[in-house]
Write a new protein. Sequence first.
Length: 230
Amino acid sequence: MPQADSPFSKPPAPRPPSRLDSTTTSGSTSSTARSSSAMMLTLIATMSVVVLLIVWYEFSRRQPSSTATIAATRRADSKSPASRTQVSSSDVRAMTAMNELRGLRSITQAGVTYRDYSPRVLDSKVKIDRYLDESGGSPEFKVVIREAMEMYVFASLVWNARITKTSWQVSGHPAIDLCPPLKDERDTARDRAIRESRAPEVLAGWAIENNIPMIWTCASERIKQLETLP
């Protein structure tokens, strides 16, 4: 017959967990860990993107736009020495003409013989005429260039007339008007010749042939004038 439960009887032993319960708990823990790792990676990626966006925004604010950069570069290029040195063929010939006149000034100041002076003047005149005959260029600049060259050529004519004893032939040359001091010497000689009843052109020719350096001085003054023109 079955015995009644006694208060002194042993309680039933606890049932050990089954394999099913162990597997379920382990699976739940692994799933939770994977979920946490994915969330962490997503958070890190999101923060990285945000940081990159902030850095890009700050950098773009401090950099000029491409249009502004191009415009600034063009303005700088237009003011650079390289752009200023870009000259036309007319400017090159003008500089060549100036250099020819400076060369003539140098040799006349240093001392030169007629044998060397005459061919040098002719050679310079060819180069300067080439510049004067072309279109373009500053009209004022060309006028002064022409006057300076005419006086160097006239000095060569006077020098030759002194050698050949024909200075009276150059006493009425138009280049004399380009050199006021020489014109005064010529006119003074003419007046004296008239007072003394002598040949005016002969005395005028003598006055001119004795003042060849004065002609060179007038030509040099034209060169100084050229050097002040824009």
